[in-house]
Ligand binder design. Structure first.
Ligand code: FES
Ligand code: FES
Length: 154
């Protein structure tokens, strides 16, 4: 049965009418037309669908709408305000050309943002550990790690 939920996404109050069990990935993409998060596996195994919940990177493909509550949801689209420059992590990925087909990029960037929020100067080992759960079929992991390391070294 559908219920009405009020959630905070990218700084905006959103009213959503949906089944409480609906995974956030569908709410973000279908209800809110936020297409940053991607559907990869749907099984919490690839990381393509990452969003931030109160600053923590969480796979949205299995996270039910009803669990959001008062938490703040951030997607790739919410990292920089419209018309403003890229978020430093986006800029660094761009500079390091850390994308090929780009399907995994959302997840890698959101996981990197969460890591750098938690720890501003992570070691390469910590960066590798954090990004290990994000699968990239194109093999750009080395470039992604370099992009994050560049920010950590600043
Ligand atoms: S689509 Fe969510 S982890 Fe793969
Ligand atoms: S750039 Fe293609 S899956 Fe990562």
């Amino acid at each position: 049965m559908e219920n009405v939920f009020k959630i905070l996404v990218n700084g905006k109050d959103c009213q959503i009418k949906a089944d409480p069990e609906t995974p956030m990935l569908y709410i973000l993409r279908n209800n809110l037309t936020l297409n940053g998060p991607k559907f990869g596996c749907g099984l919490v195994q690839c990381g393509a669908c990452m969003m931030l919940i109160d600053g923590v990177a969480v796979p949205s493909c299995t996270y039910p709408l009803q669990n959001v509550g008062q938490s703040e949801v951030t997607t790739l689209e919410g990292l920089s305000q419209e018309g403003e420059q890229l978020h430093p992590v986006q800029q660094s990925f761009f500079e390091e050309q850390a994308a090929q087909c780009g399907y995994c990029t959302n997840g890698l960037i959101m996981a990197s943002v969460a890591l750098l929020r938690r720890k501003s100067n992570p070691s390469e080992t910590e960066i590798r550990a954090e990004l290990q759960r994000n699968i990239c079929r194109c093999g750009i992991h080395a470039r992604a790690i370099r992009a994050v390391k560049k920010l950590a070294d600043r």
